[in-house]
Structure formats: structure tokens, C-alpha cells
Design a protein. Structure first.
Length: 470
């Protein structure tokens, strides 16, 4: 089903997610279903939801639908990551475009899936595995079965197999696995390949976790892509002990990133979001000419924001002040004060994001001044002259604090940095609906399921106590 989650600001500084609606979506009638939902929201009427940005998968039909509806389409970055990794390791049905290396990796992963499936089905093998874990003092973890539509689940499956290698090898030597009448085994070289594969895919896993956080921002995308490329290039260049097949895997991943993700560096929406992140600003522009182009576009969007604000709040009769000056230059003091801390989230993901942002800053470039002088350029120039902010400072807090100094630029930055880079939050709604429709509740009607899901995801927003899992 199509879902929608809207970012809201709490005390102007913190972004929260609100589930707007849960509704049935039919693939062949998606356009009409979307318009039905928009009419229910009262789209375009005063005080209701206004057209903004909508994140979708990379399907051209989906992008066309949301753009015809008046939204600006954003392609889900997590979906692009899945396509990069999927083509490199061979997820799903074989494609004509796959090379021999991809097919070889797929064959190894298929072997892993069969082994994990055997342990999941066999009570005897599962019991022997647990007993051996206790005997050897290994973590008492079960093997993980992957899900084809989630590449990171395949990575988790391989990681768990590598972690439990000694236990798995013991059980397999005692009770050989016989799928389709033959012994299934993993050789020493294959174990090494699996171990190296986990290391190569680690940056992709970290990137996926960062982008999947509820507080992820569109401004994180370019720094994370930059970190991915740097990490892959370092693996290829510095890891002398990489197996040829694993080195080829890293090459395929780097090619996939360049093909599917590097194009985002040329999209103005991502450039502006990156430029408005006070941790990075124009560090990833690549060249002085590119940075000047970024700043020119930012000035243009600031002027448009001023125009929109002037139309929404016209001058009082008889006022002699310049409306553009009023919107661009506010009070000389900050609008908020105090200590700003990081939003809650995964510590590991936060650490990886911090390293990606630091790596981006190391690529800093200087721009030449080519934009025509004016209030918008003055505002952008003042912002760019500010030192890069420490990673412990939340970008939304920074812009809320400076809203009184640069009103139009702050409004624009808050809009850009509140755009989620993925549709993961909506996918989690879809997964939760599966939890609601359990066998003993299979007769719930669709409307009841929608209401239960809506309430579950909006408990905190509605001021209701959170349900704690036991």
C-alpha cells in the first residue's frame, strides 16, 4: 500500500515523523488511489497539506505520477543502494547484464542459503549446533535466513555464518547436508571469500543504517556517497590479500556506485541540501567552478523563498522598508539559545555518519565570486563565511538558532534538510501491518487494520503512552 509520512518540527528545532494515512494501493490503479488519498487530506486548501516532496522508488511510472500530482519526486536512496549491491552480488533472478563474477558470487550465496535453510528445518542439526556452541563457548546465535528484497539481510546471513564457522563445520562433518542427493560443503577458500565479502560490504551496511534512521536527511546523501567511493577505492588499492574474486566484487560495487549514485551529485536538490548542512557546506562541490554554480543556485532559491514569503506576508501599508531586505536580514541575535545535542539514534550509525562528514570536509574547495551583488548573495556569503560547525551540533538546531539572522535562508534550509532520503519509514509501516494481521486476527477488516497501524505509529505525537515490548 502507498504510505505517507510527513516531517514536522517540534519547537522549530526537532524533526518528527507523523503517519498521515494507511491505504490500500493497487499497482495498476496507483494514480487514482493517490488522488483519492490527496482529496481526503484536503490538498491545497488552507490549513491542510500542501504539495512538497515525495520519496518513491526508481520506477519511472511512480515518479511521473507524483510529479503530475504536483509533488517534486525524490528517488529513494536506499533503493538505489539495493540495486548497486544486488547487481554486484547477484540478488534475485539472473540478469543478462550480470558478469561471470556476479554469477559466481550468486552461486556461493545460494550455497549459504541452502545450509542456513537446512539448519532452520532440521531439529537435529539445530540441536547439535546449540550443544556445540555451549561446548566451544561460542555465542548462542541461530543462523539468519536472508530475504531477497533486503540485501542487508543477505549480508547478515553471511556474517552469522562466518561467526559460527567452526560450529557449522562440525555439524556438517557429523551430519552431511544432502540437498538434491549431494553433499553440500563450503571450502576454505570460500570461507575466506565470505569473510572478505563482509568487510567489503560493511560501508554499504553502515550507509544503509544511516539513511534508514528516522532523522536521516537529504543532506547526508552526498557525503555518504563520497565516503562509499573513498572506502571502496581504498579497499582495492590497499588490501593486498584480497582474493581476486573479492577484488572483482569491490570493482563491481564501485562501478555500480558510479553508475547509479554518482548522478545524484549533479542534481540541484542534493547539492542544495549538502550546501545547507553546516557540517559540510560546499566541501563536495569538486571544483571552484562547481562551488560557484552551487552558490548561484542557492542564491536563486533564496530569492524565490523571499518572494514566497513576501506574497504570504505582504508589507503593512505605508512601510518604506525593502521586503527582500526584511526577509533576508532579520534580527542580529539568535532566535534560540542553549546546548544542542544529537538526536537519538544508532550510535554506530552516528559514528559512521560523523566519519563520512569529516571525510567530505577534507575535500574542501574555494569558490570565485561570480554572482551579481545583492541581498541574496550577501546572505549566502555570510553563511558560507561562518566556520564549519562541530558534528555534535544538530543542523536543524543551527538553522533555528540563526532564523533571526537569515530568515529566508533558514526557511529554505529547514525545508531541504527535512526531506527524508529514503522511503524506509513507510516500508516499516508496511511491515507492521503484517504483525497486525496475524493468524488469530486474520478476519480484521481493512479499515480496522489501517486505524490500528495509524494509532501505533502516532502514539507519541498524539501524547499517548508508548507500548513496551516484553
Amino acid at each position: 500500500p502507498p504510505h505517507a509520512k510527513a516531517p514536522l518540527f517540534e519547537s522549530v528545532r526537532d524533526m518528527v515523523c507523523v503517519l498521515l494515512q494507511v491505504a490500500r494501493g493497487r499497482k495498476i490503479h496507483f494514480t487514482s488511489d493517490l488522488w483519492t488519498a490527496l482529496r481526503e487530506w484536503g490538498l491545497g486548501t488552507k490549513g491542510q497539506v500542501n504539495r512538497g516532496f515525495m520519496v518513491t522508488d526508481a520506477g519511472r511510472n511512480m515518479i511521473n505520477v507524483v510529479e503530475r500530482a504536483g509533488f517534486q519526486g525524490i528517488v529513494c536512496a536506499a533503493h538505489k543502494l539495493y540495486l548497486v549491491v544486488g547487481d554486484a552480488i547477484g540478488l534475485g533472478a539472473p540478469k543478462d547484464s550480470w558478469c561471470e563474477g556476479t554469477l559466481e558470487t550468486k552461486a556461493l550465496l545460494d550455497k549459504c542459503k541452502k545450509i542456513v535453510g537446512h539448519f532452520s528445518r532440521s531439529v537435529k542439526a539445530s540441536r547439535m549446533m546449540h550443544e556445540k556452541q555451549v561446548e566451544m563457548g561460542r555465542p548462542e546465535h541461530v543462523l539468519i535466513q536472508d530475504v531477497t528484497t533486503r540485501w542487508n539481510s543477505t549480508n547478515e546471513m553471511v556474517k552469522r555464518l562466518v561467526q559460527q564457522r567452526q560450529v557449522v563445520e562440525y555439524v556438517m562433518s557429523t551430519t552431511p547436508i544432502l540437498p538434491e542427493g549431494r553433499v553440500l560443503d563450503i571450502g576454505a577458500t570460500e570461507w575466506l571469500a565470505l569473510s572478505q565479502m563482509v568487510g567489503i560490504l560493511q560501508p554499504f551496511e553502515e550507509t544503509t543504517h544511516v539513511l534508514s534512521n528516522y532523522n536521516a536527511s537529504l543532506g547526508h546523501v552526498l557525503p555518504l556517497i563520497h565516503a562509499l567511493c573513498q572506502g571502496l577505492e581504498a579497499s582495492i588499492r590497499e588490501e593486498a590479500n584480497l582474493l581476486p574474486k573479492c577484488r572483482a566484487l569491490a570493482d563491481r560495487l564501485l562501478t555500480g556506485v558510479d553508475t547509479r549514485l554518482s548522478s545524484l551529485r549533479r542534481e540541484k536538490m542534493y547539492q542544495m541540501a549538502c550546501l545547507c548542512d553546516p557540517h559540510v557546506k560546499g566541501s563536495l562541490a569538486g571544483s571552484p567552478a562547481d562551488l560557484n554554480s552551487w552558490k548561484t543556485e542557492l542564491c536563486r532559491q533564496v530569492r524565490r523563498a523571499v518572494s514566497n514569503q513576501a506574497q504570504a506576508f505582504p508589507r503593512a501599508h505605508g512601510s518604506q522598508s525593502d521586503p527582500e531586505e526584511e526577509c533576508l536580514q532579520g534580527s542580529s541575535s539568535s532566535s534560540t539559545a542553549g546546548v544542542y545535542t544529537q538526536r537519538p539514534g544508532s550510535v554506530a550509525a552516528a559514528n559512521y555518519l560523523a566519519s563520512a562528514l569529516a571525510m567530505a570536509v577534507s575535500s574542501s574547495v574555494e569558490a570565485r565570486e561570480e554572482e551579481e551583488p545583492g541581498p541574496a548573495l550577501t546572505t549566502v556569503r555570510e553563511y558560507m563565511a561562518e566556520p564549519l560547525q562541530p558534528l555534535t551540533l544538530e543542523p536543524l538546531h543551527y538553522w533555528a538558532r540563526n532564523a533571526g539572522i537569515w530568515p529566508a535562508l533558514s526557511t529554505l534550509a529547514l525545508d531541504l534538510l527535512s526531506i527524508p532520503p529514503t522511503s524506509v519509514q513507510s516500508e516499516r509501516v508496511f511491515s507492521h501491518m503484517g504483525d497486525v494481521l496475524r493468524p488469530h486476527r486474520s478476519r480484521l477488516d481493512l479499515e480496522t487494520v489501517e486505524r490500528l497501524t495509524f494509532i501505533h505509529f502516532n502514539l507519541s505525537t498524539l501524547g499517548l503512552p508508548q507500548h513496551s515490548k516484553t
